[in-house]
Design a protein. Sequence first.
Length: 368
Amino acid sequence: MKITDIRFGMLRVPLKTPFKTALRSVEQVEDVVVMVHTDSGHVGYGSAPATAVITGDTHGSIVEAVRQYIAPRLIGQEIANLNRITTLVQGAMEKNTSAKAAVEIAVHDLWGQLYGAPLYQLLGGGEPAITTDITISVDYIDKMVADSISAVERGFESLKIKVGKDIGLDIERTKAIHAAVEGRALLRLDANQGWTAKQAVFALQTLEDAGVKLELVEQPVKAHDLAGLRYVTERVHTPVMADESVFGPREVIELIRMRAADIVNIKLMKTGGISNAVRLADICGMYGVDCMIGCMLESSIGVAAAVHLAVAKSDVISKVDLDGPSLCRHDPVAGGVLFNESEITITDAPGLGIRAIDGLAPAADLAA
């Protein structure tokens, strides 16, 4: 099975409600879909959203990175030589992690198809079912409380609360949500780099003193501020998770050396795909650092790959934040991974198991 061509599409899926964080507000998922074609007629699917405020990637840069730098290296390569292919992808250019991730996901899909097995089995096996949290976007307190109660009633047992815009309101929002769902759901705070280190310590100690127990707080300070992250970690009881501070193995090694956080959030769009995500999980496993598997605001194509990884690395990845498809009005992807509110299950279809993608626009529709 040799790679013969790489093509592109655009997938747009409206959200149930706008997705609001300390960094941005979004009304629909917009993914570049990468389709890797082979001489056997098999097609592998991968995808990547434009998350410029985090990765620096835009739709145009993703397409051009693949078209100009990655694709020429891969034409003619045998899918069986997976390690060679991922090395070629990672060495094609600096940064551009979302573009690399989309191609790696598609190649891993083909790898599973080649051997007739679901991807998670080739990555190490595991129980093909996991449970995700759901994100509660930044909004008025009453709206966030209502959204939280609704999520619990739909079966979600972990809620990720977006904060980081106004520290006083952040504290009140969290207290109100905790009071509304106490005993029925775990709370995770995600500040999206919205606080200073001292603000984070103040907010978390205030909440702890008020009896609000949090499962974790995610990326309370700027991504580059590892010293600030350690400052917070050393002064609060709430476990601190690094997200934007860790893209790949190099950053996680430094994070562990500094003891700057308790948990690491692995996202394929940050690591540049599955190969580095596996390395990151293995490093964390060696040092006893817990991991979460997360995603950007993206479709179920890329999220499906993250699900397979989470199942195969469940000894290290104990927390799941793969709610992208749950936030969409519908799932345009048929086959493979099944998303039913908080419950996510993998079928026995080879690779990612994707049969069809509804509403996929042609490459001509992509912005240059």
